[in-house]
Design a protein around this ligand. Structure first.
Ligand SMILES: C[S@@+](CC[C@H](N)C(=O)[O-])C[C@H]1O[C@@H](n2cnc3c(N)ncnc32)[C@H](O)[C@@H]1O
Ligand code: SF4
Length: 358
């Protein structure tokens, strides 16, 4: 059976972070009930149309913890999934309680992704976050006490005012919680965000490279292996949902602005929750637009995604003379002579190196 995954978008946030370009709203709380009903309807329709059984489900946002846990569990329960499916919910540290985690557990959720970002109050303020880093410990205790089999901590490096010492403390404090998985992202300036309008607060490439090397050293020393440029895990805790995207498998996104992919065709839903609810209620399709990738683009994207992972790409993806020029960045796979992988310095240059495929 080919891999298939489901993404569910929850577009509500308590406040908008300065760097965030995701489709989220802070003034649509009154729509939560109708939105969850619309999600259930969209899922039911897809099931009737023969949607495959999911091996992974990822509920992201936005802030899924802003909607009632039992109602979210019902939405998840309406998605046909294998008995061993990986089911992840993205959580904000401020909202995580043991009761909520137990509700998720009874709804089949087996993985939490917690938006920690930083353990330093002034860095959180600089990112425009409202959560309190002191709540991270309480949230992780609740996750563990509920018997959740796996969890991830999301971290961001490169905010204005973050020193290398601040970042080291963030990573060390995150590691003290013994997480099985960490995603660490360099702060990215997204067009149209408040951060984009403040060039003096934009991250510095060299500073971000130093912070990347530091996090990689600290995580590796703690037994979390890098398995994709921005992702580290203990063996067996790699995100199966992530791999589904990187392997260009089929996935279906539900909710406003959610993206789907099937055999080279990508499509995405209407962007606002208001319009999404309205169209579902009328029985209209919620697809806003689509694109079909030609074979060449599909192949290039596949290589680009694979190069970022620890499996790398087949050696013949590059010309031999190019490989000789790239020896600091691209090296033979440690166990598979037919493949090549990025070095750590190469991981920092993954996009540039992708431009060198033959
Ligand atoms: C879609 S967000 C939603 C998670 C949750 N609402 C939160 O913010 O904690 C998923 C993750 O993407 C990362 N992220 C979002 N925007 C980013 C940006 N501009 N640069 C770097 N990382 C970003 C953050 O680490 C965040 O936890
Ligand atoms: S980063 Fe997360 S909490 Fe902040 S606005 Fe974006 S989705 Fe909402």
């Amino acid at each position: 059976m080919a891999d298939f995954g489901v993404y569910v978008h929850i577009p509500f946030c308590a406040s908008k972070c300065e760097y965030c370009a995701f489709a989220t709203w802070t003034d649509r709380g009154h729509l939560v009930g109708q939105y969850l009903d619309a999600l259930t309807t969209e899922i039911e329709r897809a099931v009737v149309e023969g949607m495959p059984v999911a091996q992974t489900i990822f509920v992201g946002g936005g802030t899924p913890t802003l909607v009632p846990g039992a109602a979210l569990a019902d939405v998840i329960g309406s998605i046909p999934a294998t008995s061993d499916a990986e089911i992840t919910v993205e959580c904000n540290p401020d909202d995580v309680t043991r009761e909520l985690m137990e509700t998720y557990r009874s709804g089949g959720v087996n993985r939490i992704s917690l938006g920690v970002q930083s353990m330093s109050a002034h860095v959180l303020a600089s990112l425009g976050r409202t959560h309190d880093q002191r709540n991270v410990a309480t949230a992780i205790e609740a996750i563990k006490a509920s018997g959740m089999p796996s969890f991830n901590l999301d971290l961001i490096y490169g905010a204005a005012g973050e020193s290398i010492g601040d970042w080291r403390r963030t990573v060390e404090e995150a590691l003290a919680f013994d997480p099985p998985h960490i995603s660490a992202y360099g702060l990215t300036v997204e067009a149209g965000t408040p951060l984009a309008a403040q060039p003096d607060r934009h991250p510095d490439d060299d500073d971000q490279a130093d912070k990347y090397e530091l996090v990689d050293d600290l995580l590796a020393a703690a037994g979390l292996a890098n398995y994709e440029v921005s992702n580290w895990a203990r063996p067996g805790h790699e995100s199966r949902h992530n791999f589904l995207y990187w392997d260009q498998a089929d996935y279906r996104g539900f909710g406003c602005a959610a993206h789907s992919h099937a055999s080279g065709r990508r499509w995405w839903n209407v962007r606002t929750p208001d319009r999404y609810i309205e169209m579902i209620d009328r029985g209209d399709p919620v697809e806003a637009a689509s694109e079909t990738l030609d074979d060449e683009t599909q192949q290039f994207e596949g290589l680009q995604l694979a190069l970022r992972t620890r499996d790398g790409v087949r050696r013949e993806a590059f010309d031999e003379p190019t490989l000789e020029l790239l020896t600091d960045w691209v090296v033979p796979h440690p166990t598979d002579g037919d493949r090549v992988v990025l070095t750590r310095a190469g991981r920092l240059m993954a996009n540039e190196i992708s431009l060198r495929f033959r």
